[in-house]
Design a protein around this ligand. Sequence first.
Ligand SMILES: [Zn+2]
Length: 237
Amino acid sequence: MHPDLVKLLELQVRDRALLDADHELSAILAEVEALDQQLTDQEAAVTRARAQVADATHRRQEIDLKLENYRKLEERGRQHLEQVRTPKEMQAVNVELDLARSILAKEEAEWIRVAEQIANAEAQVQEGEKRFGMLQEAQVTARTEIAGRQAAAVERRQVALTARAGVAAAVEQSLRIRYERLRRVKSVTVVVALSGAACGSCHTTVPLNRRSQMRAGMLIDSCESCGVILYAGDDVA
Ligand SMILES: [Zn+2]
């Protein structure tokens, strides 16, 4: 085999190890993210409940103002009633009074309904805050355990990265550039053994003379069909 190919294959092995380390680290970070998401969701529930408390409190203030106005109207109506002189006047004042009282009754019922909403929402805030605290506490052990694995994974990734850089530096430059470019557009495996007379990746037949040259270690060639860098494996006769 061409000596540059031997180094390139070694680089591919190192890159795969680096990729494994990347995946391992990503999986761990995803675990942390899932824990964070649990807290975020719980926090959002509390925020929603707080907004409900604020909304309902605002509505109750509006109702308070209305109640104050209609109570004044009712009071004024009662005073008028004492001053009326004719039955017609009395009837008119009574109509006004009835109206004010019916609106008052409606608004008072609404006030009670809104007060219940506030109490419910406040209970939800309390419950939500309690749950948030419990969740945080429950996550402590998991987070400690994950942090340990994360540190180890970061360490392993760093080792893989250093090893990879060392091997990469030994690969002939133009071949390395070709390899890196292929890796960016293709999958992880871009240096592929011949499978019989064909490319081990896409199974397109490789002409005999080129195969012979590959086997003799004279040629570093790419598959004309899929572009991978080909080599003759030991199992190929
Ligand atoms: Zn191919």
